[in-house]
Structure formats: C-alpha cells, structure tokens
Design a protein around this ligand. Structure first.
Ligand SMILES: Cc1cc2nc3c(=O)[nH]c(=O)nc-3n(C[C@H](O)[C@H](O)[C@H](O)COP(=O)(O)OP(=O)(O)OC[C@H]3O[C@@H](n4cnc5c(N)ncnc54)[C@H](O)[C@@H]3O)c2cc1C
Length: 375
C-alpha cells in the first residue's frame, strides 16, 4: 500500500476549506493553517449559484450551508427615483443568498469529520516550490503538496512571484448584516428579491440572506472617501437615497469596507505549490462568483491530484482544464462593472439594453450552468 500523501494548506476560507474537505475525502492527510483565532469570514452575506452549490453538495456541506437561506429568485435594479430599471428572474438553476459564516462553519464541520487538522493563530509567511510551507514562527513544514488559499494578499503566492497582474479597481464596498423586521421575516418564506438601488456612483444592495438577517452592501468609488467611512455616515447615504431612509436608519456601527481587486497569475502553481481562490484569481463582485470559482477550483484540484501520480503533472492538468472558465468569469465581471463610472442616463440605458441581451446573459451565466469537475 502506498503511503498517505500529506498537504499543508494556508488559509481556512472558501478555497482552503473546500480543498481540505475534498483532499481528506480522497485519502490525503490534511493540515490547514489559519491566522485567525477561529473559523471566521468577512463580508456578511454571499450569493452562491448553481455551480458553487454543486461543489457544496459534492463535499457534503450543502444541507447545513443553505439551511434557512432564501432562494434569491429575483434581482431588481432601481434608479435614484426608485424606478425599476431591470429585473432578472433566475429560472432553471438555483441561487441562494447565505450568511457567509454559515458556509464556512459547514465546510469546517465537514473538514473536521473527514479528519482535517485546522491550526488557528498559525500565520503563513511563504512557501517553497519544493513543497515547504513557511510559518511566522520560523517552522518549515515539508509536504507532498502545499496550497496557498490565503486570499488576495497571499504570502504563499508572493513568495513564489506568481503575479502577472494585480489591479485595484475604481470601486469598493462596505458590507454588513442587519436584523430583519417581522414583516421581512414573513416575506421571504418563498424566497427573496434582491434590490440594487443606484444613485450617482453609489449603490445599496439589499439582500435577505437568512431567517433573521438582511445583507447590505454599500458600494461606492474608492475616491468617494466620505462614503467609504465605517461606521457609515447615515446622513450622507440618506441624502443619496431618500426613498430608503428607514432602511439606512437600521444600519448599526458595524461594517467592513473593501476595495475591489483583479488578480491574475502567470501560473496557478510552482513546483509542488498550488495557489487557489482569491489568491490566484480575485475578481470584482459584479458577477457574484469569486467564492464560486474558489470552491470549484479547489474541488477540481483534488480530482486532478487523484488522476496523476506526480503532483506537478496534476497541477498542470488542473490549470489547463479549469483556468479558461475562471478567466472568462473575471472578464465578464470586469465588463459588468464598467457602467459604475458612466453618467446615470447612459448607465440606465446600458442596464436596460443588457437586461435584454441574450449574448450578455449567456456570458454571465456560463459559469452558473457549468458542471464543476468532481460534481
Ligand atoms: C463586496 C464583495 C462581494 C462579494 N460577493 C460575492 C458573492 O456574492 N458570491 C461569491 O461567490 N463571491 C463573492 N465575493 C468574492 C468572495 O468573497 C471571495 O472570492 C472569496 O471569499 C474567496 O475565498 P478565499 O478562500 O480564496 O479567500 P478568503 O475568503 O479571503 O479566505 C482566506 C483565508 O486565509 C486566511 N489567511 C490570510 N492570510 C493568511 C496567512 N498569512 N496565514 C494564514 N492564514 C491566512 C484568512 O484569515 C482567511 O480565513 C465578493 C467579494 C466582495 C469584495
């Protein structure tokens, strides 16, 4: 019998935990290093589409991840007069809006059940292509495979000098959760309508995402310093969105602002080190697929490793098979973000036209209808 293969993973986010589950389920000995003191995630809520849901099913985290989350069946875009500009109804595929921590907890639970060791307060500072993970305490951990799933500021990726392009986009978002009112609790029994309100270059995204929570994302240009402030300046947001004053009044002092980024690598691996998730291919959230790509590529990595004896061969085959769809998704997401800086009249026209464009719909849903490797 061959010896059990060992993997050291940096980061216990969507990518790292999915890879941990999928590899442990395929017989690997898995250790995850998370710099935080517990499993935690930033960003409040998240949309997970059919492709990501299939991955959650494949690793066994689906039921717990979607429990209590509404099906986000309808998305409305409204202008500064609260007039509807476009409506999209998801038909023929699933999409849930979910509290992020619920997904992370579900993946963490599956990982533990599969025998994964998760080490908290363990900060990774780099990696070596020979298959070594470097920790801040000075330890060098040798393994058959090392995975950098340590997010946009990945130390693993940077140690390997893999970046081809890293671009900070013009916009960013502050995300938070607020409690549902009794009326909102009753209203989402049969799923949820997401509303994106626009005013100038600012927007408010309203998303029911559990029995008790509404996910709010306030998006703005990064140069709009007053709008990026946390706690949010309610008077400022109410001036931009007088028609949703009561909603803005419900926002507390919490929230986290993040600028959007686009990251592309020369290669997704170097030697025995693979880079996955935002560390490899961060994309702006306009298409809601960063987490979906992270989970898909993490599962696919485990599948490819099963099919090749040499880790390096598996990593090359994995990137060749999976990267084209991720590249496409990044391109579409950047395209969808272009109207942010356009004058409101032009933007409204673009939204109306794009809502009718079969070509654009096909481009943005290609990943949704894709059957991920391993599902
Ligand atoms: C505003 C906004 C909205 C979004 N909406 C959606 C959406 O609706 N749907 C969707 O699919 N995606 C969405 N995304 C994208 C999604 O959040 C990311 O793609 C996803 O979180 C990437 O997962 P990850 O595991 O690669 O990275 P992360 O979630 O960043 O996880 C990285 C983990 O590594 C840990 N870590 C970092 N550095 C170290 C270190 N040195 N040592 C040890 N541990 C470390 C971190 O603590 C963290 O736990 C959105 C993004 C933004 C900004």
């Amino acid at each position: 019998m061959s010896a059990q293969r060992r993997v050291e993973i940096a980061g216990a986010g969507f990518a790292g935990l999915t890879a941990a589950c999928a590899l442990a389920q395929r017989g690997w000995q898995v250790r995850v290093h998370e710099r935080a003191e517990r499993l935690r995630t930033t960003g409040a809520g998240i949309y997970v589409y059919e492709n990501g849901l299939r991955v959650l099913e494949a690793v066994g985290a689906y039921a717990a991840a979607v429990e209590g989350a509404p099906i986000a069946h309808t998305r409305e875009v409204r202008d500064h007069h609260d007039r509807i500009i476009s409506v999209h109804r998801w038909q023929g595929s699933r999409v849930f809006s979910i509290v992020r921590q619920r997904i992370i907890n579900s993946l963490g639970e599956v990982a533990r059940r599969a025998g994964v060791e998760i080490i908290f307060n363990s900060e990774v500072i780099g990696a070596d292509p020979s298959g070594e993970l470097l920790l801040s305490g000075g330890q060098r951990l040798k393994a058959d495979l090392v995975i950098g799933a340590d997010g946009t500021n990945s130390r693993v990726r940077d140690a390997l000098r893999l970046i081809a392009k890293r671009k900070r986009l013009v916009d960013g978002a502050t995300r938070l959760l607020i409690d549902k009112t009794p009326d909102e609790r009753a209203a989402t029994e049969h799923g949820a309508t997401t509303v994106e309100y626009w005013s100038g270059s600012r927007r408010v995204l309203y998303t029911p995402c559990s029995e008790n929570d509404i996910y709010i994302a306030l998006t703005m240009l990064n140069s709009d310093a007053a709008a990026t402030a946390v706690p949010i300046d309610k008077a400022l947001w109410k001036r931009s969105f007088p028609h949703i004053e009561p909603l803005i009044d419900r926002i507390g002092t919490e929230g986290r602002y993040d600028p959007f980024e686009l990251i592309k690598l020369r290669r997704w691996s170097a030697g025995k080190v693979a880079v996955i998730g935002d560390a490899a291919h961060a994309l702006p959230p306009n298409i809601g697929q960063g987490g979906g790509c992270a989970m898909m590529n993490a599962l696919a990595l485990a599948v490819h490793l099963d099919q090749h004896k040499a880790v390096e061969d598996a990593l090359a085959a994995w990137e060749a098979a999976e990267r084209p769809l991720t590249d496409h998704t990044q391109r579409v997401s950047v395209l969808l973000g272009l109207p942010t800086t356009w004058p409101p009249t032009l933007r409204t026209l673009a939204f109306k036209l794009s809502a009718r464009s079969k070509w654009l719909l096909h481009q943005r849903t290609r990943i949704v209808y894709h059957h991920p490797t391993g599902t």
